[in-house]
Design a protein around this ligand. Structure first.
Ligand code: GAR
Length: 217
């Protein structure tokens, strides 16, 4: 039997990506188990979803820590250690990270960002993609480094931008793609098929690429 990596997921809200990871990990052949979900917001809807699946949850509210981001992160890290977490997935976790957390989890922390990086780092990615007039938009899973949204890319999913899209319709299309992408990317990392080499991600045993996604046609 393969040893499954113990995953901690950090969320701040709805938790659609977290739910996709939970569903993927219900397959015993998946190389990771979701062992813990931590939210910085007590009212995050994702917490309830995790509880429904029998997953341990914790709330580490950032508010009592005020400006002391590192103390907040040390509190999160303590919970992660209690649960023997080996790999950390950020899934809609809307707090800026300090160098301390990034260093502590270096090479063991991945994030999903709603854009085809390195385009549209930061917030409001869908509105900015529409404004820029790109034809393809999407999502990226990457390792977290000191460079915000700039860490080594593990996997990406592209979606078309359609006539009449607004930020919401585009966000929904990207989210559908994210829910497929994140479990695949975590599979690559947890199984060891993705590895960090010289600041880039090397993928072993990748499948042949499918046809290019060309839009519009
Ligand atoms: C997702 O689209 C995720 O990519 C994005 O927030 C959404 C969270 O949705 N993350 C970021 O913007 C990180 N800066 P979810 O809570 O339903 O997974």
């Amino acid at each position: 039997m393969t040893v499954r990596k113990r995953i901690g997921v950090l969320i701040s809200g709805r938790g659609a990506n977290m739910a996709a990871l939970i569903e993927a990990a219900e397959n015993p052949a998946y190389p990771a188990e979701i062992a813990l979900v931590v939210s910085n917001r007590p009212e995050a809807a994702g917490l309830e979803r995790a509880v429904k699946s029998g997953i341990a949850t914790a709330v580490v509210d950032h508010k009592p820590f005020g400006q002391d981001r590192e103390a907040f992160e040390r509190a999160i890290d303590a919970v992660l250690r209690e649960h023997d977490i080996e790999l950390l997935c950020l899934a809609g976790f809307m707090r800026l990270l300090t160098p301390w957390l990034v260093d502590t989890w270096a090479g063991r922390m991945i994030n999903i960002h709603p854009a085809l990086l390195p385009a549209f780092k930061g917030l409001n990615t869908h509105a900015r993609a529409l404004e820029a007039g790109v034809r393809l938009h999407g999502a990226t899973v990457h390792y977290v480094t000191h460079d915000m949204d700039g860490g080594p890319i593990i996997a990406q999913a592209a979606v078309p931008v359609l006539t009449g899209d607004d930020a919401e319709t585009l966000a929904n299309r990207v989210l559908d793609a994210e829910r497929v992408l994140y479990p695949l990317a975590l599979d690559l990392v947890a199984s060891g098929r993705a590895s960090l080499e010289g600041g880039r991600v090397n993928i072993s045993e990748a499948m042949e690429p499918r046809a290019p996604l060309i839009w519009p046609i």
